[in-house]
Every structure is written in C-alpha cells, then in structure tokens.
Design a protein. Structure first.
Length: 375
C-alpha cells in the first residue's frame, strides 16, 4: 500500500521495507512524511499461519515510545506548577521512595534515567535475571506471566529495594522502567486521575490521535498483527505474544498506536502544541545513559536524538514489547518523519560468550532508516 510522490522516493522505500521482510521479519509497516507529502508501505504477513498480509494502518504495541507521552504529561503538570522538575520525588511519594534517596532523586532524574534506580523486570520475571544482558536470561517467565495482573506499587518496590545502579544525578545513567512507573504514580498523586486517564486526556486527545490508547485487557483492539518473540534463538519458531497483560509495564511501555498516529504525535510535540516551547527545549537536553541494548546514548526528557555523521538530527523514541517493536523519529525542523513497526523481536543469536551476533535484519533496518530519514 503506497502513495508514490515526487518528494519521496517511493520505489526506494518500497524496496527497503521489502528487504527487511526478506531479511527475516515476518511483517513490518511504516509511514514516512516530508511536509504534506506522505508515503506508507508494508511488507510481509501479520499472521504466519494464515498468511494474512500486514497493512500500514494496523494497530501495534509501541513499547517505550509510551515514555514520550508520559514525559509530556509530567512536563504539562510542571508548567501548571503542580510538579517541580527539580523537586525531590520524596516530596510527592515519600512512601514509595523513602529516606535519603527520596530526598536526592528529583523528578527530572526519573525522566532522564539518572536516578540510580535499577530495572525491576529481572525481579518480576525470574528467568530474566541477567536482564538487560541476554546471556543469563531464559524466556520461561514470558509465558508464565502472560495473564498476570501486576500491581505497579509492587513493581516499584522491587526496583527501589534492589541494589542501586548509580548515585542520583550521576552519569552515565541507566535506562530503567522503574523510573517511569514512579512518574505514573506521580501523575496520579497530583491530578487525582490515573496516569492512563491523565495521559489520554492531556496528551493523546490534545494531539488528536484516534487510534492510540492504553490497553484494558490482554487483547489488542482493532486490526493488528500477531507479535513473534524469538528470544535470541531460544524460542524456535518464534512464539506469538500478541495477547498479553501489559500491566507489567503500564504507562512506561504499554501504549497501542498506529504509525500514522505516532507521526502525528511527534509532529504536534515538536510544533509546541503538546508542551510549551520552554518545556520542549528541556525535553531535548540530553545526558549520557546506558540503554537497554547496553549502549551509551544521549537521552533527554522522554526523547533521544538519532543522527548520522554530517546529517540532520532526528528526535523520537523506540520501543519493544514481547514480539514487537516500533520506532518513531522526526527531524529537528519538524518536516521529515518516520514511524515503523515490526512483528518480530530479539532475532539475534548469541555466541559462546552470550553476545548477540549481527543479523541481516539489522542492516536491512538501518538501510530503511537511511532512505526514510535522509533520502
């Protein structure tokens, strides 16, 4: 499904998405925008058993792209004076982050992952004890918790009581979902709404997104793809995890959206229509952190930059869930955009030392990003 346009190389984009499918992803779909010009495309299947094709309008779990939405909601509350970005989280949530750490960790440190709080997932999912390093992980917990309804307070407690991974404000920080579950509780504390209600009313609806929302059950509403998890070759063939209770990440990574909605959201955000220009400037001030892929990156307030040497800078976020992944990026001037979704995750095999090995999918995706963002 494509829209050939003179300002976008539709043939190159068609070929690029097809190459990702040929490299091993069952199905993917994307939207690329250049001003008012739009290309959308898809390749492969949404269901490997039936052969149902993917289309560019499918709904999809977008994982940690949710963090940009949550961060924007927190910035809005800071604009209204209900939250101080440099205020200690212990002022708002003394029972969840008590004592000296509650006094030392600020709201800003939670948003940019410099709080020193570790990831709770290895404690909630025992077979992921080595997470984020894949070497000592196994996929059993993914099946065991498919329908588990987690209490966010219990998840936060797992992260807060675990050994810290750094000092508050120290860099490099460490990417941690514990931070964003705390931000969700902060939103609830200052707005008297659930975080999901606050984000829906103040971010999703303000941006005019029609196909974006938080799941209320394990199934994805509307047309969607199945999501295939390989877990570094230990699930072969990859297993469908599209039906899953997302309470294990909540407002940290549970949103369902479309590539068109993601592009609209980031376009509205960078245009200053979700948060004010001062807040947007703060959202683009980066600090060094270690990502879940164990790479050193620059991370700001729910955004991070993506750039190639000598090329323009793009801002956005990526996200993964069990079986699915997504990436949304927008050029700093707000004109060029990419949003892409794939229905396979952790396709890499591990070597004897537990290090993920390169896969043809990696280069095929990188080529798609280059064509989409830089032409």
């Amino acid at each position: 499904m494509t829209n050939p346009l003179t300002s976008l190389d539709s043939a190159a984009l068609d070929e690029a998405v097809e190459n990702v499918h040929r490299a091993g992803v069952p199905g993917l779909f994307a939207e690329v925008r250049d001003g008012d010009q739009v290309w959308s495309g898809a390749a492969g299947v949404a269901d490997v058993d039936t052969g149902r094709p993917v289309t560019a309008d499918l709904r999809h779990r977008v994982g940690s792209i949710t963090k940009t939405f949550t961060a924007a909601a927190v910035l809005q509350q800071a604009e209204s004076g209900r939250i101080g970005l440099d205020a200690p989280i212990g002022r708002y949530l003394p029972k969840l982050v008590p004592g000296e750490r509650g006094d030392a960790i600020t709201v800003r440190m939670l948003i940019n992952h410099t709080s020193g709080l570790p990831e709770y997932l290895p404690y909630a999912y025992p077979s992921l004890k080595g997470f984020p390093s894949p070497a000592d992980t196994r996929p059993e917990s993914l099946d065991e918790h498919r329908f588990t309804r987690f209490d966010p307070i219990e998840l936060i407690e797992m992260g807060v009581t675990a050994p810290p991974v750094g000092t508050p404000g120290g860099t490099p920080g460490l990417y941690s979902n514990t931070n964003y579950l705390l931000l969700a509780q902060l939103l609830e504390e200052v707005t008297d709404m659930t975080a999901e209600q606050c984000i829906t009313r103040n971010v999703i609806e303000r941006a005019g997104l029609r196909d974006t929302g938080f799941p209320t059950e394990p199934h994805i509403d509307g047309p969607h793809s199945r999501l295939y998890e390989a877990w570094f070759g230990t699930i072969d063939p990859p297993r469908d995890f599209s039906v899953y209770d997302m309470s294990f990440v909540g407002p940290s990574a549970s949103l369902v959206s479309t590539v068109a909605d993601l592009n609209r959201f980031y376009r509205m955000l960078l245009a200053g229509k979700i948060v004010n220009p001062s807040s947007l400037a703060q959202m683009r001030r980066t600090v060094p952190i270690i990502s879940q892929e164990e790479k050193l990156i620059g991370y700001a307030l729910g955004l991070y930059p993506m750039e190639a040497p000598g090329q323009d800078t793009f801002w956005g976020h990526g996200g993964t869930v069990w079986g699915g992944g997504a990436l949304a990026m927008i050029r700093a001037d707000g004109r060029r955009q990419l949003a892409v979704a794939v229905n396979l995750q952790r396709w890499h095999r591990l070597d004897a030392s537990g290090t993920p090995q390169p896969h043809p999918i990696d280069e095929a995706l990188a080529a798609l990003y280059r064509v989409a963002m830089y032409g």
